[in-house]
Design a protein around this ligand. Structure first.
Ligand code: IFM
Length: 446
């Protein structure tokens, strides 16, 4: 096999998020988040797991930065816990919370690792949920105030900024299915929430420019390419609608300043279209520096008379699947990248998450031989490389995840890390995939 070599300045990254790794859920003045509340509610999370301790990263961040250094990671994407900074969501910042992220950022920089900060990876302060959460437009201003505090403190040293992670998941899992915090099940509320998330993004980008922050800013939706079950016109239209609902709804307003027409019609017919002043779209589409996106697997859909489209993923037996039961389909990553490249006028693109959960075991010799994960990474990075060869401005790749962590409603039962974490002892062990990534980064390819 010929060698696959990436561009010299390719960003080899790894990602985590605050609630999934930090723990210290009530220390040093941190307030309650919607995830603290949700996880503490019986019956919501697998076997009652919580993020109270998680990977104890709040206390062990020095060891974790050393592990990143050992692997050779060039950039670390992490998120900030809003209630650690503003326990009530607004008002006076909690200095100890700010200080934690300053210490972490300084240490990363001292070790030659570029920090990439996500402002919102789902930790809304519970106090703001109590006034309606993201469905309340005022929260968009509180988010901007929180962002301002972070930018004042870290704006000089952090070069890569992401406003929101996976607005579709926040909207759909948190407000339609109710299996993520805040556990609401109401489609109309969900769509209002999505609009307000985009508005808060736009307001923050505007502020970022006004503050003359030196770095670059973007947003990170989760995007999976959607394929039709057949080549019939009905199935093709169903796939377009599904892609509109899942992906374009979350990017078109941000990049083009408009919601996709087929989805607007679809929601209008159902009487659930969010209401907003037209000027919002101008704010939402403040120009950004890159499109980041998270990719794990694709969707396959067919036409459905009632709902327009329906997923047939569970009927497909001919695909390999990860421990999440997600289809492994690297071509889907390439198709998604090429779609963004064409549709949004050759933007800078960052893959902000990609990776896989597998059942990992520590051998008698202390090794974790996660060959399936290595294969997954090789196959997906091969598609990333192919897109670069085809002329896409693809700047970097953040592997999900640096370490095994709290996988939301699945608790600690799913392991995505290239570093194994024993959740009893907190012992970290680099998996074979971590050593493979080390070699890949050192060789700038494989
Ligand atoms: O763990 C999550 C992460 O928080 C957001 N993207 C998907 C990952 C795997 O489910």
């Amino acid at each position: 096999m010929s060698k696959i070599i990436f561009p010299e300045d390719f960003i080899w990254g790894a990602a985590t998020s605050s609630y999934q790794i930090e723990g210290a859920y009530n220390e040093d003045g941190k307030g309650e988040s919607i995830w603290d509340r949700f996880a503490h509610t019986p019956g919501k999370i697998f076997e009652g797991h919580t993020g109270d301790i998680a990977c104890d990263h709040y206390h062990r961040y020095k060891e974790d930065v050393q592990l990143m250094k050992e692997i050779g990671i060039k950039s670390y994407r992490f998120s900030i816990s809003w209630p650690r900074i503003f326990p009530d969501g607004k008002g006076k910042p909690n200095e100890k919370g700010v200080d934690f992220y300053k210490r972490l950022t300084d240490l990363l920089l001292e070790n030659g690792i570029t920090p990439a900060v996500t402002l919102y990876h789902w930790e809304l302060p519970q106090k703001l949920q109590d006034i309606g959460g993201w469905a309340n437009r005022d929260v968009t201003d509180y988010f901007t105030e929180y962002s301002e505090t972070i930018l004042k403190n870290l704006g000089d040293v952090v070069p890569i900024w992401i406003t929101h992670n996976e607005t579709f998941i926040v909207t759909f899992l948190g407000h339609v299915l109710g299996i993520h915090a805040p556990g609401i099940k109401d489609m109309k509320t969900a769509l209002q929430v999505s609009h307000n998330l985009f508005l808060s993004h736009g307001k923050t980008v505007k502020l970022f420019r006004e503050m003359n922050v030196k770095g670059q800013i973007g947003i990170a939706p989760n995007i999976s390419y959607v394929y039709p079950a057949s080549q019939s016109p009905e199935d093709i239209a169903a796939a377009e609608l599904a892609f509109g609902v899942h992906a374009r709804w979350h990017l078109d307003p941000v990049i083009k300043g408009e919601y996709p027409k087929n989805v607007v019609e679809y929601y209008e017919k159902r009487g659930i279209l969010p209401s907003y002043p037209q000027e919002d779209l101008k704010i939402i589409s403040e120009p950004i520096d890159f499109i980041a996106f998270n990719y794990y697997s694709p969707d396959f859909v067919k036409h459905d008379d009632e709902q327009g489209f329906v997923s047939i993923d569970s009927e497909l037996n001919n695909f390999e699947r990860t421990e999440m039961n997600w289809i492994v389909y690297p071509q889907g990553l390439y198709d998604t990248i090429m779609y963004l490249h064409r549709e949004y006028d050759q933007p800078n693109i960052i893959i902000s998450e990609n990776g896989a959960a597998y059942k990992d075991k520590i051998n008698n010799n202390g090794r974790i031989e996660d060959t399936k994960r290595i294969n997954y990474l090789v196959d997906h990075l091969t598609q990333v490389h192919r897109a670069i060869q085809d002329g896409v401005n693809l700047k970097g790749y953040y592997l999900w995840s640096l370490m095994d962590n709290f996988e939301w409603s699945y608790g600690y039962s799913k392991r995505f890390g290239i570093i194994h974490v024993d959740h009893e002892s907190q012992k970290r062990t680099i998996k074979d995939s971590g050593y493979w990534y080390k070699e890949t980064i050192a060789n700038n390819g494989f």
